[in-house]
Design a protein around this ligand. Structure first.
Ligand code: KE4
Length: 429
């Protein structure tokens, strides 16, 4: 694989964009080397600026669940754009996508559109604080809910990759109201309720974690959180920015059969355009402006192009639920193939998977929380990442990320991925 053009583009980018990227994880800091500049994408493939075709396992970090440049979504965007790109006024399409989301997702009556997952999670916490009149929240080390101050406390994703879990700029006052627990450890949650009775507004969690690599909840964990929230009148916020409309039509609530009080969304919901959202029963959502006192707003919220893309994406998923089964089967095939190759190699590894979320960890212990994810051998991960990239397989450039399969991936693409892994392992020292 050649990367001359990506390399020169990266040089230019670094002169005018911090780190040469508009989101840190794209800079390859965790794996070294030059970030790949993409020229275009179609279906399961990325085409980089050096003419390489790569099989994509990031799907834009989740949104491209139907594959890149999905024709019906492109058509919807073009048709919408012909009528204008933003109005700052309500449109019928916002009602239609909201009605469809409410139909697909259990336990929600109303949904508010915003412009990113960060904005969705930030707003959900404010709503929970406004609704309960309480100030503290519990999050989990390694879970990432976007870059709002309240969440950059032992966050996952790029924050962990950077080894700077507590970002400068987050005030002590903010950090005081964010209590930290360990994923899959109910005791570490119950402790906070003992210490701060009647003060905890919400628990926010990735119901299937994807920002420490993929970490599924162990049996009883999420159910335990539900019980603690019910006992202490605390709201349970499912951050479904990754899992929403991916694990099932109804996301993790449907897949895990557990009711959240507020859910946040992003990624798939926008069909690749900037969209986030948060949703809840009307009893909670009625506290949100302009109906209620909790303020939240956004110039481009409900943007017509984004709504057109998102509505088309959701409609396709809702009318073709077999897509979710196909995704699960493809991910299981990938898992089995990787397991076989790595078992033969005899190196320490663990593969975590739930639905179409999967990740490989170079460690011989179970990966169940941030500490065990951080035990993974990052030098091995770097070798693996670059080895696979040289074979034309584009994986997340960090061990603290999940892969996201898309429906355009064929079983042949997956076979090629396993063959690539065999070649990488043949050269493995
Ligand atoms: P955005 O603000 O990036 O749209 O969403 C933040 C967010 C919230 N909640 C969860 C569970 C998330 O995974 C994310 C964002 N995910 C990362 C990937 N791990 C986005 C990639 C990036 O930061 O560039």
């Amino acid at each position: 694989m050649r990367y001359q053009r990506s390399s020169s583009l990266f040089q230019s980018a670094q002169k005018v964009i911090p780190g040469g990227v508009n989101s840190p994880v794209r800079a390859f800091k965790a794996v070294g080397g030059t970030p790949i500049f993409v020229e275009k994408a179609k279906g399961a493939y990325l085409y980089d600026e050096d003419g390489n075709r790569l099989i994509d396992y990031i799907s834009s970090w989740g949104p491209m669940i139907l594959g890149h440049a999905f024709e019906p979504v492109l058509e919807a965007i073009k048709t919408s754009a012909d009528r204008g790109t933003s109005y700052g006024m309500p449109t019928e399409l916002e009602t239609k996508i909201a009605e469809l989301a409410v139909k697909m997702v259990p336990n929600i009556d109303k949904i508010r559109m915003v412009n990113s997952g960060t904005e969705a999670c930030m707003s959900a916490v404010r709503l929970a604080r406004g609704y309960t009149g309480r100030e503290k929240i519990i999050k989990f080390a390694g879970c990432y809910h976007g870059h709002s101050d309240a969440f950059l406390i032992q966050a996952g994703s790029g924050a962990v990759t950077f080894g700077a879990p507590n970002s400068p700029g987050v005030t002590k006052g903010t950090a005081r109201d964010t209590l930290l627990s360990k994923y899959n450890d109910l005791e570490s949650v119950a402790f906070h309720f003992d210490q701060h009775p009647q003060q905890i507004a919400a628990i926010i969690i990735e119901p299937v974690a994807g920002n420490m690599g993929c970490i599924p909840p162990q049996a009883g964990f999420i159910e335990g959180l539900r019980r603690l929230c019910d006992t202490h009148q605390t709201l349970l916020i499912f951050d479904e920015v990754m899992t929403g409309f991916r694990l099932a039509r109804g996301g993790a609530q449907e897949r895990l059969q557990i009711k959240a009080d507020i859910c946040t969304y992003g990624k798939v919901l926008g069909g690749g355009l900037p969209v986030g959202a948060f949703a809840a029963p009307k009893e909670i959502m009625s506290h949100l402006a302009p109906e209620g006192p909790v303020y939240q707003a956004g110039t481009l919220s409900g943007n017509p192009l984004a709504m057109a893309a998102g509505f088309t994406m959701l409609k396709t998923l809702n009318e073709n639920p077999e897509i979710f089964e196909r995704l699960d089967n493809k991910t299981e095939t990938l898992h089995q193939g990787m397991q076989e190759v790595l078992d033969k190699k005899g190196i320490p590894f663990h593969i975590n998977r739930l639905g179409s979320m999967i990740s490989l960890h170079f460690t011989d212990s179970e990966v169940v929380d941030l500490d065990s994810a951080a035990d993974g051998n990052n030098d091995s991960f770097k070798k693996y990442f670059h080895g696979m990239l040289n074979e034309g397989i584009y994986l997340p450039p960090s061990a603290f990320e999940s892969y996201f399969l898309n429906d355009a991936l064929s079983f042949e693409d997956i076979e090629k991925t396993i063959t690539a892994l065999k070649k990488v392992m043949a050269l493995w020292k």
